[in-house]
Design a protein around this ligand. Structure first.
Ligand code: NAD
Length: 236
């Protein structure tokens, strides 16, 4: 690690669907708890996969095409800018890759990555998807059907432990565009050190803002660049 990296403060951005809303990817909450007109149980649970794998594959194939066509917005770019002065980690609940495409280098996906496929037999067998679709009959090298590399409701969240470790070391923790409804991910907000500066950017937060949190009532595409320029300009 370079001398500069050793001196840098640790900054964590914890993002949810709201950061990608202005890139044209809909959130859950904006749509009455439905995800693109589907009940969650219909498309995003292990039971749905057992019941109707064609529907589940079709649903995620559509979401994947949407993600491929979308572009990062100013909020994603502001997260990448922060890397200039901070040892920056992004912890995202999003399954899109807009943080990476904006230039963020350390991105942990709590709920998986839609542009990857996974063996339905072995969780650690993860493959890139050629094109935009996983098709019925497309198999992993061990002969099992490929499924989207996403965490469905009711499944374990294996990246939670590293996310807790990263959050506990943060000097600055920025929460953006998440309803903080989905656990265990939402619990990260309460795993910061007592002396950590915590910010919440959301135009319509779903929780009453805890005392240790500075609330910024803005959309991600304006709130994050503003906060980033304050943090980048002050002596750190
Ligand atoms: P959520 O839909 O429950 O909540 C979205 C939050 O974003 C709300 O609090 C809303 O007020 C806020 N918001 C809306 N527009 C915003 C904007 N322009 N700027 C800032 N904030 C804005 O989302 P969640 O908490 O991330 O939980 C949803 C789950 O659904 C996640 O687990 C995620 O995996 C999945 N999901 C992912 C995507 C994606 O990858 N882009 C999209 C939809 C859902």
């Amino acid at each position: 690690m370079s001398q500069k990296a050793r001196q840098m403060k640790r900054l964590v951005i914890f993002s949810g669907a709201g950061i990608s809303a202005e890139s044209g990817i809909r959130t859950f909450r904006g749509s009455d708890g439905l995800w693109e007109n589907h009940a969650i149980e219909e498309v995003a649970t292990p039971q749905a996969w057992q019941r109707d794998p064609d529907l589940v594959l079709r649903f995620y194939n559509e979401r994947r095409k949407q993600v491929i066509d979308a572009q990062p917005n100013k909020a994603h770019y502001a997260c990448a800018d922060l890397q200039k002065s901070f040892d920056t980690n992004v912890i995202t609940q999003n399954i899109d890759d807009l943080h990476e495409r904006a230039g963020s280098r350390q991105v942990l996906h709590l709920h998986g990555e839609i542009r990857k496929a996974r063996s339905s037999l072995r969780d650690d067998l993860i493959l890139d998807i050629e094109g935009s679709e996983i098709k019925r009959g497309e198999l992993c090298p061990q002969g099992a059907q490929l499924r989207p590399h996403v965490v469905w409701f009711g499944e374990a969240v294996p990246m939670m432990e590293p996310a807790f470790e990263i959050s506990a070391k943060a000097d600055i923790f920025v929460v953006v565009g998440t309803s903080l409804n989905v656990y265990p991910a939402a619990g990260l907000l309460f795993h910061t050190r007592p002396d950590c500066e915590v910010y919440l950017i959301d135009p319509d937060p779903n929780i009453s803002v805890p005392d240790h949190v500075t609330y910024i009532n803005e959309k991600a595409s304006t709130g994050l660049p503003k906060l980033a320029s304050i943090l980048l300009e002050r002596p750190n």
